[in-house]
Design a protein around this ligand. Structure first.
Ligand code: SF4
Length: 419
C-alpha cells in the first residue's frame, strides 16, 4: 500500500509554489499525495517566519499536528520553510516531536514545468519567476533567509505558462520577492517587460497578472507592456511602505517621496482605470505623529484601489530591530485602526463608482445561492470579491457582470453573458 503524504502550506504564494514542488518531490519518492493531513503517514508543514503574526501561526499549526501525532492520526511530521531556516537550533530543541526539519526549498532556475499537484483552484496558478532579493529593507528578514536575487530562465517561465494555459488555466499570476528586477542576475539587465510581452502572447484570452513590483526598480517599459496588452490585468501591485522621506530612508527604501509620486502619476496616466495595490507599514521606529499624518494625507491624495496596512513587526536580526524610538504596541494599534478606517472610506467611495458598470469577472467558486468571482482588479486571496447572481455559471469561466451593489471591499452583480 502506497504511503501517504499531506502538506500544510502557510504564508505567501511564493511558499505555496514551493509546497507544490515539495508534493512533486515526495510523489517521486513514491508517496501518494492527499489533501487531508489527518490519517496521513507524513504531514509536512511549509512554514512562514516573515513577521511575528506569521511565526505565531506557524508554531500553532505545528503544535496542532503534534497533537494529531500524539493521538495516532499522523505518523511523521516534517517542518520546512522559513521558520526552520531562521530558527534551526531553537526549533530542534523545543519541538522534539517533530521528526525532521528542513529549510526553504532550494531555488531551481529551470524547474520541471509539469508540476503535478497545484494547490490553487484549477483555473488560476502562481508562477514564481525569481527568488531572493537584492534590496535590503531594514525591517525585512527575507534576504537573510532567501539570499540574493535569482531569476528563472525566460524559456522555463514561458514553458510553464504554455503548459498551464494548455491545461485550462485562466489566470497566470507572476510572483517573486521583487518581480521588477527579473533577469538582472541572469541577463545582466532587467527583463520584466520582455517577459510580460512574451507571456502576453502565450496567455491568449486568459489573464496574466503581475505581483510584487518594487517602486525603485519597476521599469516604465514594463508599465507600457501592461498598457499595450489586451490580457495583462490592469493591476499594479506596488508596495511603497511609507511616504515620508526620512522614514523611507530609515527603512532602506531607495525610492523617496518624489519618485513614488511621479511613478504613481505615470502609471495612472499610461493605464487609465488601473487598480494600484500597495502596502503601508505604520509604527516604524521613529515615526512621529506628524509623519503618520503625512502618511494619512498620502492615502487621501492617492486613493489606492487596493491597500494592505501592516503594524511594524520588530524582527531580530534586522537593522531596524535595534533602531531607537521604537513605537509602543498600543500606539501601533491606534495608528493601524485609524489608517484602516480611512482606507475603508476610500475603498467604499471607489467601489460606489462601479455601480451600473459591466465588468469581466472570473468565477472562482459557487456557494449556496451565489457565485464568487474577481475582476482583473482583484488578485486571488488578498483583494475583494464579486458576489454574482446567475444560473448555471461555471467556476473557472469569465462572465460579463453588471454591478448592482457595492460594499467597502466587495461588489454584487448579475451575470449577463459568458465572455
Ligand atoms: S523588497 Fe524589501 S521587503 Fe521585499 S523581500 Fe526585499 S528586502 Fe524584503
Amino acid at each position: 500500500m502506497k504511503k501517504t503524504f499531506s502538506i500544510i502550506s502557510l504564508g505567501c504564494p511564493r511558499n505555496l509554489t514551493d509546497s507544490e514542488r515539495l508534493i512533486s518531490e515526495y510523489e517521486k519518492k513514491g508517496y501518494m499525495f492527499r489533501e487531508e493531513p489527518d490519517g496521513s503517514d507524513i504531514v509536512l508543514i511549509n512554514t512562514c517566519a516573515f513577521i511575528k503574526d506569521a511565526k505565531v501561526e506557524s508554531i500553532d499549526t505545528i503544535l496542532k499536528v503534534i497533537e494529531a501525532k500524539k493521538n495516532g492520526s499522523v505518523k511523521k511530521i516534517i517542518v520546512a520553510g522559513c521558520l526552520p531556516q531562521r530558527y534551526p537550533v531553537e526549533l530542534k530543541k523545543e519541538l522534539k516531536e517533530v521528526d525532521e526539519f528542513r529549510g526553504i526549498v532550494e531555488f531551481d532556475p529551470d524547474p520541471s514545468k509539469d508540476l503535478s499537484a497545484r494547490l490553487t483552484p484549477p483555473h488560476y496558478s502562481y508562477v514564481k519567476i525569481s527568488e531572493g532579493c537584492y534590496n535590503r529593507c531594514t525591517y525585512c528578514v527575507i534576504p537573510y533567509l532567501k539570499g540574493g536575487y535569482k531569476s528563472r530562465k525566460l524559456e522555463s517561465v514561458i514553458k510553464e505558462a504554455e503548459f498551464l494555459i494548455k491545461k485550462g488555466v485562466k489566470e497566470v499570476v507572476l510572483i517573486g520577492q521583487d518581480a521588477s528586477m527579473y533577469g538582472i542576475d541572469l541577463y545582466g539587465k532587467k527583463g520584466l517587460s520582455e517577459l510580460l510581452r512574451k507571456l502576453s502572447g502565450v496567455c491568449g484570452k486568459n489573464w496574466l497578472r503581475l505581483l510584487y513590483a518594487h517602486p525603485s526598480n519597476l521599469e516604465r517599459d514594463a508599465i507600457k507592456a501592461i498598457r499595450d496588452s489586451g490580457n495583462i490585468c490592469k493591476y499594479i501591485d506596488l508596495p511603497v511602505e511609507h511616504i515620508n522621506d526620512m522614514i523611507l530612508k530609515r527603512m532602506g527604501r531607495k525610492a523617496g517621496k518624489d519618485a513614488i509620486l511621479s511613478l504613481i502619476k505615470f502609471i495612472r496616466k499610461e493605464i487609465p482605470g488601473v487598480a494600484i495595490r500597495s502596502s503601508l507599514i505604520v509604527g516604524f521606529p521613529g515615526e512621529t505623529e506628524k509623519e503618520f499624518q503625512e502618511l494619512l494625507s498620502f492615502m487621501r491624495d492617492i486613493r489606492f484601489e487596493r491597500l494592505g496596512i501592516f503594524r511594524y513587526s520588530r524582527e531580530e536580526g534586522t537593522p531596524a530591530h535595534d533602531f531607537k524610538a521604537q513605537v509602543s504596541e498600543q500606539e501601533k494599534e491606534r495608528r493601524f485602526d485609524e489608517a484602516m478606517l480611512l482606507q475603508q472610506e476610500i475603498s467604499m467611495g471607489i467601489n460606489e463608482k462601479l455601480k451600473g458598470r459591466v465588468l469581466k469577472v472570473l468565477i472562482d467558486e459557487k456557494n449556496e445561492e451565489q457565485y464568487i468571482g474577481r475582476t482583473e482588479y482583484d488578485a486571488p486571496e488578498v483583494d475583494g470579491n464579486v458576489y454574482v447572481k446567475g444560473k448555471g455559471l461555471k467556476p473557472g469561466s469569465f462572465y460579463d457582470v453588471r454591478i448592482t451593489d457595492t460594499y467597502e471591499y466587495d461588489l454584487v452583480g448579475e451575470a449577463e453573458k459568458q465572455s
